[in-house]
Design a protein around this ligand. Structure first.
Ligand SMILES: [Zn+2]
Ligand SMILES: [Zn+2]
Length: 757
């Protein structure tokens, strides 16, 4: 199934992790591109080692212990003996061509060239001889050791590939996003080589991802298992130790087909991606020759630490009707210390896993009777509703109008909007009275109906139509993950209908809104503008004008702090993607701001303009969400706060504990008082001991624990312990009840991140 709809209308709420990159930038097949957007793998195929039926109980226990330490469990040899025949077959062709290539390079004229560095300084070199690495060594040894890839005239270039003429040269290290991608992509080759040597598998694609890389492969009659990881790591280690060079060659299509004749996947890629009569590149490292446009790190020895992280099942080109494949994921670093830090990060991330906190704090859960649709429990619902209240309060201040549109629409509407042609597979459709209907995957078409329901005047614009509509998207069951990938969710969705001249001001206002919202949660964010793609619809003039307005707004508010992603806009308009960064410095895409010239056209939306000679004009539509999917946003902030909710958002704000039985009534009174001013207060009048009750309150993450006894009762006061202030537990401060109630209300309305009275 081709899930092309992912890139279709209103991508406001993209539930996927950010796109990863295929090694071959020349891949133009949308199927292949889409495959790479599936950053979240489908269910793991890894299986525990089989326990033989003859084992007695003691032996079974031993096997169980071995599962925890899979190193000893694999019965397979480290490497196939003899190695697969295709190793030799590929290498013979490679070596012959390489000798020819070396002759060619030798024969090229050596001319003096000028190499311009990023700071404007110039260095001398010889064409077809001097490589970026030579230049780096000239600058300093430490630089040459640190860098992983070069950029020549803006194009990534292998460090040891000779320069062919005068050029601008940049040298990138692992910390540079492009350097990191090259590093991880190169590591995928190492994993590929190890996998070929261990399994004799047929490799497909090995791209870098946002947190490492994977290689996808077909292995006959053997599922990948976690018990294979140590063997793969061991072979990888040997590959790294050998400091295998990445050698590049340009090869003609017909030779490529011969070179990879044993592998139907590579053959498919060559046949469909490389036009007849042209060439592409292959890279060799060690025994492996791989179809790849590169570039790579100079040699495998640059990798100082590498780890296999997980495996999963997938389909060739992401299409369930194709062969089933297996993916192995890994991560690598140029420094051992970084792997240690990464492992610590994984431990911290696991502690913060929203699924775990959701269970511990009884916030939400899932049930197989409705996969991908969350059950929010009372305390989770408090968080959900507090988010809505927050957004509604902002809507009120910022001139938004909330609407409620239907959940189910006739297929005719989806034909008008274009969803039926492009997004049908991602929608849930129903047959009712012999007609086809579908649950909405987006609110936009419904809002177009509202806009078009009566005459509109330019005086009404901009019209900011907001809805927390429930939407359904048919995600594959294997792809569903906690609250981050669901089938049913709500967005803080808004469509702004405005005049073309109002776009810039609207975008500025959206930035202000966004900054306020993310700031409230203490989330950083990054902005990226995606411009006109090749398959754009409409007039170039309209596009240019819209892009200029977006650029102006970005530059005005975030000078120099946004990035441009040329040609990556939706076909119906340019967009700004916003990704937030949480307290663990992880990035998530929450919001997009998308300009749309097409939906107003499809729905024939008009407004009466100021100009009486041209009475009817099309509005521009801006799709926007800030939180994105509320479900996904709750997952993000659960992990961001590690379950320690700021007071205003906390589902458990205060617990009142009496020091002994005689003060139970007073504890209840205090609780009622705090509830009456709108706080989430509970009283613990159970039979546990006082220390146990306090401990329970701490585990439940109550922001404040109020303890009351004789003195408090007599003076109508309370004793307050602050969750985030250890000292408050011993200070035993007594505060009048009226005062604490007022202070807590003030703290709530301040929406402060700090739990401070
Ligand atoms: Zn490669
Ligand atoms: Zn929309």
């Amino acid at each position: 199934m081709l899930r092309i709809g992912r890139r279709f209308l209103c991508q406001i709420q993209i539930q996927h992790a950010r796109h990863c990159h295929v090694p071959s930038s020349s891949i133009s097949n949308p199927r292949l591109r889409l495959l790479t957007t599936m950053a979240t793998p489908v269910a793991s195929s890894s299986e525990p080692p089989q326990t033989a039926p003859t084992q007695d109980a003691k032996k079974a226990k031993e096997t169980k212990e071995k599962k925890a330490k899979p190193a000893a469990a694999s019965a397979f040899p480290l490497e196939l003996q003899p190695p697969p025949a295709f190793f030799d077959h590929r290498l013979k062709i490679f070596e012959k061509l390489k000798a020819e290539h070396d002759e060619f390079v030798k024969a090229q004229p050596r001319e003096d060239i000028i190499i311009t560095m990023p700071d404007g300084s110039e260095r001398k070199g010889k064409s077809w001889e001097t490589s970026p690495m030579d230049v780096a060594k000239e600058v300093s040894k430490s630089l040459s050791e640190r860098i992983v890839i070069a950029k020549v005239n803006g194009e990534l270039w292998d460090l040891e590939r000779p320069l062919e003429g005068a050029c601008k040269l940049e040298l990138l290290d692992f910390e540079h996003p492009e350097g990191k991608r090259v590093f991880w992509h190169s590591s995928a080759h190492v994993l590929g080589e190890a996998s070929e040597r261990h399994y004799g598998c047929h490799l497909c694609l090995g791209p870098p991802t946002d947190d490492g890389f994977f290689y996808e492969m077909a292995i006959e009659d053997r599922p990948v298992s976690a018990t294979d990881y140590p063997a793969l790591e061991k072979v990888s280690e040997a590959v790294i130790k050998e400091k295998q060079k990445f050698e590049r060659l340009v090869v003609k299509k017909e030779t490529l087909l011969e070179m990879f004749n044993y592998n139907k996947y590579k053959k498919y890629l060559i046949e469909t991606k490389v036009p007849d009569g042209t060439s592409t590149t292959v890279y060799r490292c060690g025994t492996m020759v791989d179809l790849c446009v590169g570039p790579h790190i100079p040699h495998t020895g640059k990798i100082k630490a590498m780890m296999i992280t997980k495996n999963s099942a997938s389909y060739f080109l992401g299409d369930a009707s194709n062969d089933s494949l297996q993916r192995i994921y890994g991560i690598s670093f140029p420094d051992k210390k970084q792997l240690t830090e990464y492992k610590a990060f994984l431990v911290e991330a696991a502690k913060r896993d929203h699924r775990r906190i959701g269970k511990d704090q009884e916030l939400f859960f899932f049930n197989e009777m409705s996969p991908g649709s969350c059950f929010f429990l009372p305390h989770g619902t408090r968080i959900y509703n507090t988010l809505l209240e927050f957004m509604r309060a902002e809507y009120f201040k910022r001139g938004y109008q909330e609407v409620i549109s239907p959940n189910m629409f006739h297929s005719k509407l989806w034909e008008t909007s274009g969803h039926w042609q492009n997004y049908k597979d991602d929608m849930f459709s129903l047959d009712i009275e012999k007609e086809t209907w579908a649950l909405k995957p987006m609110n936009c078409p419904g809002h177009c109906i509202i806009f078009g329901s009566r005459d509109r005047s330019y005086r009404e614009l901009p019209l900011r139509m907001a809805e927390f509509g429930i939407i359904h998207r048919n995600e594959a069951s294997g792809a569903l993950t906690g609250l981050t990938r669901v089938r049913r969710f709500a967005q803080d969705d808004t469509h702004v209908f405005c005049m073309p001249s109002q776009v810039e001001d609207e975008i500025s206002a959206l930035f202000d809104f966004m900054q306020h919202v993310y700031g409230t949660f203490g989330l950083d964010f990054q902005l990226e503008l995606s411009t006109r793609p090749d398959n754009f619809l409409g007039e170039i003039k309209t596009w240019d004008h819209a892009e200029d307005q977006l650029k102006n707004a970005l530059e005005k508010q975030y000078p120099g702090k946004w990035e441009i992603n040329p040609g990556d806009g939706a076909f119906y308009g340019p967009k700004i993607d916003i990704s937030v960064r949480d307290s663990l410095r992880r990035s998530f895409q929450c919001a997009t701001i998308q300009l749309d010239f097409q939906l107003p056209e499809r729905f024939d939306l008009k407004y009466r303009g100021e100009d009486t000679t041209n009475p009817e004009t099309r509005p521009v539509m801006i799709h926007r969400a800030i939180l994105g999917s509320l479900e996904r946003f709750i997952a993000i902030i659960t992990e961001h706060f590690a379950g320690k909710w700021p007071f205003w958002l906390s589902p458990r704000q205060v617990v009142i504990i009496p020091v002994a039985v005689p003060y139970k009534d007073y504890a209840s009174q205090v609780c009622e008082r705090l509830k009456s001013v709108g706080l989430f207060a509970d009283v613990d009048n159970g039979s546990d001991t006082l220390p146990k009750k306090i401990r329970n309150g701490e585990i439940a993450q109550y922001n404040f624990i109020i303890v009351v006894g004789e003195e408090e009762m007599n003076t109508q006061s309370v004793n307050v312990r602050n969750r985030d202030d250890i000292g408050s537990k011993v200070r035993a401060e007594t505060i009048p009840l009226d005062e604490i109630a007022a202070k807590l209300v003030a703290l709530k309305s301040s929406r402060s991140l700090h739990n401070k009275l």
